[in-house]
Design a protein around this ligand. Structure first.
Ligand code: ATP
Length: 311
């Protein structure tokens, strides 16, 4: 068993998950997942509703004991070594239990006190400035909007300058401007070396922030890698409009999907050879293809494919 003084606890991955299974009674919510998050990395856990993302986070945060498998955060067991780990970790839950009667400033003060009691000096400067809530310092927490509460959550999670930060859907309920500001905060933390594990339903959030990501579906990690690696599992798309009714050919195994003379091909890989074949066919037919476009697959395509392939 490692402890905080073990060199492996200092130099190993920030988060290790090996063969994790988590059951609620007879229902298995997480079905044997493994992944690692490197130090200083931002790792996004994506997935369908009920995929097991929050369940996985709860085990890593030490709120639940794994039914099976091993998890380590900073080389420590999140349940058995909770006291050693807790001051080094920041947690932003999906629904934080604020005391609605306290003002925003009072809430921060209470958390600062708890953080100091746990032996960790709080972050310097005004965390409310960082999350753009300084003008709400005197507002009671219950009077904050949903997006403002999320920002207060984030302020509290980063208050103790954590080495590892767990963010469960950090920008849910935020307007686009607040979301951008939140991304800036998260980027800033990452630049300072904080390791971040994030769940989100906003694929753009993962695309903008994540070094690597995993897509979960029904308790299993279906795809895992950098954004580019995951996106490359989907092929390019070719779209165009036929100037008159015609029957476009199969292109390297891909069938044309035609609706109102609008044609879409989803290819297995690179578009270049298929485009050459398509243009040769169009020339032979004396057709000029209208609004011909080639587009790279997106993270959304990869996500939808994971769900389709596992229906
Ligand atoms: N305390 C519990 N008791 C029983 N089942 C639970 C419990 N918590 C979660 N589940 C079930 O476990 C599965 C995974 O839930 P979890 O909250 O981890 O999913 P998620 O990926 O975070 O979903 P979402 O994206 O919808 O937040 C779901 O089917 C859920 O209904």
């Amino acid at each position: 068993m490692r402890d905080a003084t073990d060199p492996a606890a200092v130099s190993g991955p920030a988060i290790e998950v090996a063969g994790l299974r988590q059951r609620y009674g007879s229902f298995e919510a997480v079905r044997g997942i493994s992944f690692e998050v490197r130090r200083g990395e931002l790792f996004a856990l994506l997935g369908t509703n009920g995929a097991g993302k929050t369940t996985t986070m709860e085990v890593l945060e030490g709120y639940a004991r794994a039914s099976e498998g091993t998890v380590r955060v900073l080389g420590l067991d999140p349940v058995r070594q909770r006291r050693a780990l807790r001051p080094r970790v920041g947690i932003m839950l999906q629904e934080a239990g604020f005391l609605g009667d306290l003002t925003v400033a009072e809430t921060v003060a209470v958390w600062k006190g708890m953080s100091a009691d746990a032996g960790r000096p709080p972050a310097e400067g005004d965390v409310l400035e960082v999350v753009d809530l300084a003008n709400k310092a005197r507002t009671r927490v219950r009077q904050l909007s949903g997006g403002q509460k999320r920002r207060l959550d984030l302020a509290l999670a980063v208050l103790s300058r954590p080495e590892v930060l767990f963010l469960d859907e950090p920008s849910t309920g935020m307007d686009p401007e607040a979301r951008q500001a939140t991304w800036e905060v998260i980027r800033g933390l990452k630049e300072k070396g904080t390791t971040v594990l994030l769940t989100t339903h906003y694929l753009e959030e993962a695309e903008r922030l994540a070094d690597r990501l995993a897509i979960m579906h029904e308790g299993v990690i279906r795809t895992y890698g950098t954004v580019d690696e995951v996106v490359s599992t989907t092929g390019d798309q070719i779209t165009f409009r036929l100037p008159r009714p015609a029957e476009p050919p199969f292109l390297h195994g891909a069938a044309p999907v035609i609706a109102n003379r609008q044609v879409v091909y989803t290819l297995a890989g690179e578009a270049h050879p298929a485009v050459r074949t398509l243009l040769a066919w169009a020339d032979g037919q004396g057709l000029t293809l209208e609004r011909l476009e080639v587009r790279r697959g997106t993270l959304e395509d990869a996500f939808l494919r994971v769900v389709e392939d596992n229906r």
